[in-house]
Structure formats: structure tokens, C-alpha cells
Design a protein around this ligand. Sequence first.
Ligand SMILES: [Zn+2]
Length: 200
Amino acid sequence: MPFPFISKDKRRISTAMKELLNIDEIFMLEALREARRSWDLGEVPVGAVVVKDGMIVARGCNLMITSHDPSAHAEMVVIREAARLTGNYRVYGATLYVTLEPCVMCTGAIILSRVDRVVYGAQDLKTGAHESAFHLLAEPLHNHVPEVTGGVLRKECGDILTNFFKMRRMEKKARKMRERAERESALAAAPEAGGVSEEC
Ligand SMILES: [Zn+2]
């Protein structure tokens, strides 16, 4: 189903909706849509969009497993796509919306691509490179320092990850229980261990 706040060209946000809703939240909802796409692919659900002049110019989600590429984080995917579609390795004047705080690798891509602004949702306490594990994204020593806004739809962006990992744990537990039941069933059907039937 198409996102209800997107007009017929599927990219431009209507002026009326800009006035009614927080524009960052609107685009973060689009990044969340991408996160759900990565969930469907069996990936950790992180999504991103790149916005320029009020329009989404590229979309992306985690694709590490799908593409056999450890660098295919949602930010890397969407920045590559934005650069390809705009025909420029610099994506000047763009805002990157991503559901999870960028890591160190993605921080490098953000700086190299000259993204103007980064908006993210949930904190990544283990590898986040803005306010969590590291403080690199807005480090003034870089030759480009993007404006950063964190915590937009933080709960929604965090919940999708929490639910995903909860589902993974439940699936793992169910698999172990099934394997155990299969082992016990096989043992019950087998001859007694060590037993040798002697025929005289
Ligand atoms: Zn990353």
C-alpha cells in the first residue's frame, strides 16, 4: 500500500502535510518502511532514505546477508543509490534519514559523500558513532561536518529491532526444542545402546 502522505509522483510530500506534521517524522516513516523491507528479506531491520529538495531521491535497507556484502548497511546502500541516480559522488544538499544511529563505517561514507544533514531514530549503544559508542559523526576535525538530529521516532525505530531480535530468539528456541524432540524420538526407536543380539 502506498504511503498516504506521498502524492501521485510517489516522492513529493504535499505542502499541506508539511504544515501538519513534523517533516522529519514523515521521512523517518519512509525509512521505517525500508526497515520493514529488510525484515522481510531476513536482514536486521534498518532502513534509510535520502531526501533532496523535499523529495526522496533514494531508498535503501540493510542488505548484508542478501548481497553477501558486509558493507551493505542501509546508509551505504542508500548513499550509493543517491549518488548513482544523481550522477554525482557528492550528494550535496541532501538529508539522510536512517532508523538507527550510524556506525563508524557509515559515518565515513556520510562525510565523503558530503551529506548535509543526518537524521536518525534509535540509538545503537554498541556501535553508534554519534552519541553512543563513539562521537565521530559531528567531529569538528573532519573536513565536512553534517548537521545531526537523533531520536526522531526513536521508539518506533527501536521497537522494530527489539521485535526482530525477540522473534529470532523465539525461532532459535523452537528449533532447539524441535531438534531435541527429534533426537529423543530417534533414540527411543533405536535398539538399546551397546546391545548385541546373539543368535545361537
Ligand atoms: Zn553502518
